[in-house]
Ligand binder design. Structure first.
Ligand code: 5AD
Ligand code: SF4
Length: 512
């Protein structure tokens, strides 16, 4: 821990009524931790270089902390959060805790939260409310809130003022401090809060318990420096900092050796990968060019920012092989004027030019996107430009959102002046177009043979298997259970709006 992160210990009168007991006395190690988030610090982007901590390990005094105890983590939001949950699960298990799938069984419950839109936050506050009864019945259970919401001052204040049954709050940069925070929470009667707002470090060697053994996530960078005016992520996830290529390549190699078939490289803005290196000229293109040589069936990455998507990366992706022919390329709006006030730093024309280049290099590529409707001042004409861009690109699918003001972002200071009925109507029109284009594209698959990475039984029908193509199309099909975890060929018999139905075939045929 460096000076800027030094824990300022201070008692908080959080009026926590629960009587926490611990079977061991750890008081000699701690005073109650209280480091609250600070928006001003979160905005800062310091010049100091990234510190790499290669040697994370859990100090001996924490061993056995979880013996006889169970943990439960509920995850909200994106893949980054899902992966953080895998790291926290790794730390819990290293401490001796056991995982449980039922909250009633758990001794520690964590909510790993998402701050991206108001409805994501409302869900979490709903869950915090539900947990009150559980805490009443079982005062010894530890309740924690972590993830992106805990980086927000307003959220921490609301929990401090209204939700005294919460025992601990910790931030996205404090995950590796989980052993300390758990111990502290066991012995403290007050709410333990540790949220570092300004973080420039990369911590390697964190333990992980991965959710499956077919597809794996690998972080390649953390944070975001783009500061799109609507987005809270640069404040909740800190400055852009890249993991060193060797560490990433080693992790992918390990997963390949363990039999994983697909890797998704993760970052808030993966195209900025390597921009923070001071000693080497190295970007996402270089990294992909190395990783494609590893013997693993599929390599994906998410999420891209069009502004940083360079020609070198396109050239590398065009080499194909295990680099999948699917790119998620959030556009947000089809109007240059709206893009300007969103501070996306590209125009409609530049986005279309990028798409043209990608399609030229990868004629078979599948493109998906994110779109926000109802941004402040968005006119009908500007919204129509989004529809026309969608038709022009012919995205395979899209995540579509109604604009949600996030406190502390520049857009939240603009008047949120599009009435909700108009926002909803725009969303409906956009979704109708998304469905229409998706259905049309899926229809083209009928009669074709696709390669599917089989993930398991279909959620709705255990007699049917389900998996994804390299373009991320969900395929349901009849086949033997032995196919789970394998890449198989499936003949598509029928296209639905979102999924394909088919049957597994065993002859050798060309796949699409
Ligand atoms: N309101 C609505 N949607 C948002 N997104 C990010 N911030 C907001 C917001 N304030 C969307 C963007 C982004 C995706 C992850 O969430 O489309 O790409
Ligand atoms: Fe992920 Fe962003 Fe949501 Fe955080 S706010 S969980 S980074 S989508």
């Amino acid at each position: 821990m460096n000076e800027k992160q030094r824990v300022e210990s201070q008692k908080v009168q959080a009026n926590n009524s629960s009587d926490k007991k611990s079977d061991k006395d750890y008081s000699k190690y701690f005073e109650t931790v209280y480091v609250a988030p600070n928006l001003k610090d979160a905005k800062k982007r310091g010049k100091e270089s990234v510190q790499y901590h290669k040697d994370f390990n859990i100090p001996e005094e924490f061993y056995g902390l979880g013996n006889g105890r169970k943990f439960y983590i509920r995850t909200y939001g994106c893949q980054m959060n899902e992966h953080d949950t895998e790291v926290m699960a790794g730390i819990f298990e290293a401490l001796g805790y056991e995982a449980t799938e039922t909250v009633e069984d758990a001794n520690v419950i964590l909510l790993n939260t998402c701050a991206i839109r108001e409805n994501a936050e409302n869900k979490v506050f709903g869950e915090i409310g539900h947990l009150k009864a559980l805490k009443k019945n079982n005062p010894d259970v530890l309740l924690g809130v972590c993830g992106c919401m805990s980086q927000e001052e307003s959220v921490v204040n609301r929990i401090l003022n209204k939700h005294h049954h919460i025992d601990m709050i910790f931030g996205t940069h404090n995950i590796h401090r989980l052993p300390h925070l758990l111990k502290e929470a066991y012995m403290s009667k007050e709410m333990v809060i540790e949220v570092w707002s300004k973080e420039g470090d990369v911590i390697e060697n964190l333990p992980k318990v991965r959710k499956g053994n077919i597809k794996g996530w690998v972080n390649i960078m953390y944070g975001c420096d783009k500061f799109c005016t609507y987005c809270i992520v640069p404040y909740t996830r800190g400055k852009e900092r890249s993991r060193r290529p060797d560490d990433i390549i080693q992790e992918v190699r390990q997963l390949a050796a363990l039999g994983y078939k697909e890797i998704t490289l993760l970052g808030q803005n993966v195209n900025a990968y390597g921009k923070d290196f001071e000693d080497i000229e190295y970007g996402l293109g270089h990294l992909m060019d190395e990783i494609r040589k590893i013997d693993i069936a599929r390599i994906r990455f998410t999420t891209s920012h069009p502004r940083d998507f360079d020609d070198h990366l396109i050239d590398v992706l065009a080499k194909g092989g295990n680099l999948v022919d699917h790119i998620h390329l959030p556009v947000q709006s089809g109007s240059t004027d709206v893009l300007k006030i969103m501070a996306r730093k590209y125009s409609r024309e530049r986005y279309l030019e990028l798409v043209r280049k990608i399609k030229e290099a990868m004629p078979n590529v599948s493109l998906t996107t994110d779109i926000i409707v109802g941004f402040p001042n968005e006119t009908d004409e500007q919204f129509e430009e989004t529809l026309s861009l969608y038709r022009e690109v012919e995205f395979d699918s899209a995540y579509t959102f109604i604009y949600s003001p996030r406190e502390g972002t520049p857009a939240a200071k603009m008047e949120d002046n599009i009435p909700m009925e108009v926002k909803k109507e725009r969303l409906q029109r956009l979704n109708a177009l998304v469905n229409e284009v998706s259905a049309k594209k899926l229809k083209e698959y009928e009669g074709q043979v696709v390669e599917v990475l089989v993930e398991g039984e279909s959620k709705n029908n255990p007699d049917v298997l389900a998996g994804y193509t390299s373009k991320n199309k969900l395929v349901n099909f009849k086949g033997p259970k032995s196919a789970i975890g394998q890449l198989v060929k499936v003949k598509v018999l029928e296209a639905k709006t979102w999924t394909l139905n088919g049957e597994m075939i065993t002859e050798t045929v060309e796949v699409n």
